[in-house]
Design a binder for this molecule. Structure first.
Ligand SMILES: NC(=O)c1ccc[n+]([C@@H]2O[C@H](COP(=O)([O-])OP(=O)(O)OC[C@H]3O[C@@H](n4cnc5c(N)ncnc54)[C@H](O)[C@@H]3O)[C@@H](O)[C@H]2O)c1
Length: 364
């Protein structure tokens, strides 16, 4: 994807309870950040794609002679089996309590590497070097780590913060277009739930191809940090991050075993369309903001064409979310652009109506 990445924007540091987040070129200080931790050994974890496209930019800065640990790409490999592979490599190379793991990859590698490190010898340090837009904008921050289990996403995991995060938009040069759209969906979500300023900036762009990622990430990072700092264990406000994800996760699970599974971002985009409609139907979201949100999603996120299943087909997956929250399904719904409520209970007939509407609106 062609982007304005060459702008010499300098390096920016965001400090938070979750540790420092650096935004800038890895060449401008990654080595120093690693050395300041005085690790006994440095390990690099990557998947097949990031080993090829991203590790070469990091390897020489990491001061390590140990070959990268490489896991097959794809969310189907975010499993306990992959953890075992990583733990075995760590043991074989003599990793001890003072070792450091650099997670060089998208959300899959950040989640997997963070969880694996947090369990090895009761926990060793790790740092995220997110390489996908989704990981830069969302997954690397907030302290959630984990793996998929028993057909459910992220069912086994821990809250554990990295020693630091290094976000370098240069990596986005090799990211495939759909992966870019997946990450953009999370940035749009952050704007809707928590930042009118971010919303206005996104709205100025005509297409994902023209976006300035440094500028957008600079505005996006504080939204995720602020919400997850305020509520690290998801007891209240952090649930707003689930906007688009209740129906989105159900769709992702439903299509998981179809011939064309949805990516996380495609599912979230469809989930945001449905849940924006739901917010309007419940009377929370006014007509003007409703229309602006739908227009922007249709214009910039290219929602995929798949026909959404009925509520009857989705119910078991929505119930999976319900089990996690210990009651009925609670939705996170915006009441205006830049503000979101959580734990909203809605009538199933309105969910049905929203799903039907999403099937119609993409044809229009
Ligand atoms: N922890 C959290 O708070 C949180 C939040 C959102 C999502 N997630 C998790 O994140 C995962 C999704 O993340 P994702 O969309 O980054 O998927 P991913 O990590 O599977 O990456 C998608 C693909 O893009 C490739 N890729 C990544 N960076 C690249 C680059 N610079 N150049 C070329 N290819 C590159 C990857 O190798 C992979 O093949 C899911 O497991 C999801 O559950 C976690």
């Amino acid at each position: 994807m062609d982007t304005d990445l060459d702008r010499n924007a300098g390096m920016k540091v965001f400090t938070s309870r979750q540790g420092d987040i650096y935004l800038g070129n890895v060449g401008d200080g990654l080595q120093k950040a690693i050395r300041s931790l005085e690790p006994s050994l440095v390990f690099i974890l990557a998947d097949d794609d990031t080993a090829q496209h991203c590790v070469p930019l990091v390897e020489s800065l990491a001061d390590t002679a140990i070959p990268p640990i490489v896991i097959a790409s794809g969310d189907q490999h975010k499993t306990i089996d992959s953890c075992e592979t990583i733990w075995a490599s760590l043991v074989e190379s003599g990793a001890d309590r003072e070792s450091l793991i650099l997670n060089v990859g998208g959300g899959m590698i950040c989640d997997l590497g963070g969880f694996t490190a947090s369990c090895y010898q009761r926990g060793i340090r790790f740092a995220h070097i997110p390489t996908s837009l989704l990981a830069m904008a969302d997954a690397a921050m907030g302290g959630k780590t984990g793996v998929n289990f028993g057909g459910y996403k992220n069912y086994i995991g821990r809250f554990e913060n990295p020693a630091f995060i290094w976000t370098d938009p240069t990596f986005l040069r090799t990211l495939p277009r759909q992966e870019t759209l997946d990450g953009l969906a999370e940035i749009v979500k952050h704007a809707i739930i928590g930042s009118h300023g971010l919303w206005e900036t996104i709205s100025t762009f005509d297409s994902p191809e023209s976006m300035e990622w440094y500028q957008l990430l600079e505005l996006n990072i504080p939204v995720k940090l602020h919400i997850s700092d305020a509520d690290p264990f998801e007891k209240g406000r952090r649930k707003t991050l689930n906007f688009g994800h209740t129906i989105g996760h159900a769709l992702e699970s439903h299509f998981l075993h179809s011939t064309e599974p949805l990516s996380h971002g495609q599912a979230v985009t469809l989930g945001m369309l449905a849940e924006t409609k739901l917010a309007h139907l419940t009377g929370l979201l006014g007509k003007e903001d409703f229309k602006s949100i739908i227009d922007l999603i249709l214009r910039l996120l290219s929602p995929c064409e798949v026909t959404l299943p009925t509520i009857d087909a989705l119910r078991p997956w929505l119930q999976g979310d319900k089990k996690k929250s210990g009651g009925s399904v609670g939705y996170s719904l915006p009441d205006s652009i830049g503000n979101c409520r959580w734990d909203i209970k809605v009538e199933e007939t309105l969910v049905r109506e929203s799903l039907d509407w999403v099937n119609q609106v993409r044809k229009g």
